[in-house]
Design a protein around this ligand. Sequence first.
Ligand code: NAD
Length: 261
Amino acid sequence: MFLKDRTALVTGSTSGIGLAYARALAAEGANVVINGFGDADAVEKERAGIEKDFNVKARYSAANMMKPDEIAAMVAQAETEFGAVDILVNNAGIQHVAPVDEFPIEKWDQIIAINLSSAFHATRSALPKMKAKGWGRIINTASAHAFVASPFKSAYVSAKHGIAGFTKTVALEVATNGITVNAIAPGYVWTPLVEKQIPDTMKARNMTKEQVINDVLLLAQPTKEFVTVEQVAALAVFLCTDAAKSITGATLPMDGGWTAA
Ligand code: NAD
């Protein structure tokens, strides 16, 4: 329970990796603010489940990560209730798969806004209170696509390379403030985000579902296994420990060897 009296805000935490981060941080005693879209009853069930399972306070913000004013309001609301956002996890993300010359302009703009710019807006809002407390952890969900590209994912790969650069920059700026800034770069994790891109990849590459899973997704991953959300969340928890205080500015691969190749 080393995070008792800390508050964690996790963007995009109504499903997948984000929900696993929120639950793992709550399991260590942190109060959490979850965020993201989803059916109201399902979201409430997750929020109440965190409170019940871990005996912490859990709040929900419906802030849209495409809207800077809503992001700032979400951070302010968390600070009003809990005093500060001690742990900020910039995780919200979407994907779209299409050749660059057919890539819908609005999808490009959405991906850059949600997967990259939202981390800037949340970070700039949360940092003053972290600096005042002399302690903070910022953890960004990057991707193996922060290091390497795949065809048909121009916006996503650009955003994730951007997140790695943003992580380094902020880490340098706050290096003497007791705040670390890192990114986790998972390979393929079985979540709704991956599941949803299968039909478009089938179309773009003229493949069956099984071919996309084995010959596209797991082809890149030498272990031939999906990463689990629990593994990703466990690394985030480690990054919050004192043992991890010298890890900053890093984008840490957790990709079954993908980017070693
Ligand atoms: P997911 O679809 O399960 O979760 C995405 C979350 O973001 C959801 O809670 C969703 O509601 C939220 N979200 C989407 N648009 C939003 C918006 N405009 N405002 C607020 N919330 C919004 O996907 P996931 O796989 O858990 O992805 C989480 C992060 O992990 C993303 O940044 C993704 O790029 C990254 N990632 C995923 C994988 C993978 O294989 N699944 C691999 C590497 C990186």
